[in-house]
Design a protein. Sequence first.
Length: 147
Amino acid sequence: MKRVLALASCLALAGCAQEPGELEETTWEVVAVYVDPSTPGGVTPDAAGRAIVAFGPSSVAVQTGCAPLQARAEVSDDYVRLVEIKEGPLIDDCFGGTRTLHTHLTSLLTEGSEFDVRTYGKDAPTELVLTKRTDGVERPSIRLVAQ
């Protein structure tokens, strides 16, 4: 009887669980970081494919190409807010375009940062743009593509 009650409780809780959003079902590769309108934002060839992002229901995991970042976050299909961030140690060979990419990402992905999310793709998102919520006219953004 206890097993039946335990199983029923688990099924009831699973029914209340939030469905995964569009962002959570994909690993995203960073292809551009726009921090300054006068500077090109594309990822350089030596850094291509090194920075990835994965969203969970209440977290964001990032590999900047030089270090891991783990953030507690509020995540929805159109909004991300970073609540708490932990940055791991830098790898030894963090230089060149990879170091620049790391620097740009860590300057944007800070505790308390909020981003508007725009997705592109016919049936499922294949491209994503995170635009930082700021008062500025030229808002910084991160462009990602589905891996």
